[in-house]
Design a protein around this ligand. Sequence first.
Ligand code: URA
Length: 202
Amino acid sequence: MSDLQELHQRIASCPDCDLCRTRTNAVPGEGPPDAEILFVGEGPGFYEDQQSRPFVGPAGKFLEELLASIGLRRDQVFITNIVKCRPPNNRDPLPGEIEACQKYLKRQIELIRPKVIVSLGRHSLAWFSPGDKISRAHGQVKVMDGIYFIPIYHPAAALHAGNMRKVIEEDFKKIPAVLDRAREAPPEQTALEPEPEQMRLF
Ligand code: URA
């Protein structure tokens, strides 16, 4: 069994916060273990909790459309969340739940070593870059420990507010160029305009 599979088994039976009492299934995430792009949402919702798969509800359908718009299928990217178990009634994850769960995301990043990380939504952005506001940071590329980082609004936002759709689509269009850049040279050796801010991930 691979290290990633082992990690996902641990997540499946994790007892480290109260979400383990209300979940149907933990949702570790899915995708190729060597995916170049890692998408990080907030936490599983109803359908994800039922199926133990990330982004399989309405927001997931829009995510798949967004991926298709840049020539990608969901099985070509890795998709996970900040917290791996559904918060009851889809409430925001609590700080203690995020704290208890973050070891899993850190390990996933270490094992997958993606070239580009895309955070989806403000809770995901807050974990990677505390203090940043999504209204300002969305679509802006940063570098974290040698990995390009792009925060994007959560796809569910487009389901509630129609004008968000265009904003998210425009931000998604930036992903292929960033990936090309990452493939050509690690971010340390490359200059983006504007020069990405350097951040620490670990
Ligand atoms: N929203 C998320 O943030 N993650 C999912 O997996 C599904 C919906």
